[in-house]
Ligand binder design. Sequence first.
Ligand SMILES: [Zn+2]
Length: 149
Amino acid sequence: MAFCGKCGTQVQEGVKFCPSCGAQTEEAQQTQAADAQANKTMAILAYILFFIPLITGDHKKSPFVKFHTNQGTVLFIAAVAWGIAENIVLAILRAIFWNGYTWGVYGLFSTILNILWLAPTVLCVLGIINAVNGRQKELPVIGKFKIIK
Ligand SMILES: [Zn+2]
């Protein structure tokens, strides 16, 4: 019999979370740490080329890879959707405001939209840092979307 490291409640073998306080059990933590250690490279790759783990099937073998592949894929889809939305908005603004200069209203908005492109880049870097450190941590905004089953 094992005990919860947080509240001391007795927990059964193979249980991932303490039934009393919800903390991750030591056994689950060790399993996750070993998984993270063994599959770190693939988890990092998931943020650079999200489809690599999907092709190799590593996301099925490792919950750590699955977690990061999910985030890498959501991030990629969000970036593509964002890119399409940005182009539509810019096309509309260009039609309305374009005056031959870059520094009109159009120039201002295109600059702002370009700066906003830093967001997916920052999230990508954060995800890679989490993977490197063996952490299974949800990214802000996009982390809660689960698409990889
Ligand atoms: Zn507990």
